[in-house]
Design a protein around this ligand. Structure first.
Ligand code: FMN
Length: 211
């Protein structure tokens, strides 16, 4: 009998590295991808608006479209089990009521708190400049993206975050409203077929100061 032990948190963060070639025979079931995204969306977000949206590109047709949009990252597109395109919904304020209703329904927020917060959030975001909203949304999506990579690593898959793709045209290439859905990054995911490169990090003493 074989037993599989779950990697520790330390192993997950220390062993993750960008992998750009995968075993093309290994697919990820819709159910597992669903679970993985569920874990990823436990990430925190501004006002809990969860502006991240995901397009799981796994079909031959979907990959073919992506090849034309990610010309310098062809191997990841071709060999991965899937590429997750992370977008933000620039109109996520429209889901405020739904999210806060759900919190009340699940018993994690009193109704009077919801009734105060929903109009306050809607009022706050009504006139926010687009660039500020985009910064806020991209920050949130980055947290979910990192969590996708860690969740994948914990499940024995490898990933590569990819910024090198045509961000201006990907939404419409998949039939999404490009004014509403802005592309953040791609994440290729699959079973590693290479060891990848080691990379270095700057020393913490150069990056952090204590006051
Ligand atoms: C936002 C972002 C965009 C990236 N874009 C690409 C890319 O287009 N192609 C690629 O091969 N790697 C890309 N990378 C991967 C980085 O090169 C890699 O994370 C970095 O060299 C550190 O290596 P590691 O991920 O193995 O720790 C990207 C990483 C991030 C965070």
């Amino acid at each position: 009998m074989t037993t599989t032990t779950k990697p520790t948190y330390e192993q997950v963060v220390k062993e993750r590295r960008s992998i750009r070639v995968y075993d093309p025979e290994v697919k990820i079931s819709k159910q597992e991808m669903h679970e993985l995204l569920e874990e990823a969306t436990l990430a925190p977000s501004s006002l809990n608006l969860q502006p991240w949206r995901f397009l799981v590109i796994e079909s031959e047709e979907g990959k073919e479209t992506l090849k034309g949009l990610a010309k310098f990252n062809q191997r990841q597109v071709e060999t991965s089990a899937a590429v997750i395109a992370v977008f933000v919904d620039m109109q996520s304020v429209e889901t405020t009521q739904e999210i806060y209703d759900l919190a009340v329904e699940k018993g994690v927020m009193p109704a009077d708190v919801r009734d105060r917060q929903v109009p306050a959030i809607q009022g706050m975001l009504k006139d926010i400049p687009k660039e500020r909203l985009k910064t806020m949304n991209f920050l949130d999506a980055g947290l979910a993206a990192m969590q996708i990579m860690l969740s994948a690593q914990a499940r024995g898959y490898a990933t590569n975050p990819i910024g090198g793709f045509d961000k201006d045209h990907i939404a419409e290439a998949y039939g999404l409203d490009k004014e509403r859905f802005e592309a953040v990054m791609l994440i290729s995911i699959g079973k590693a077929a290479e060891v990848g490169y080691q990379s270095v990090r700057l020393p913490i003493d150069d990056l952090a100061k204590w006051v």
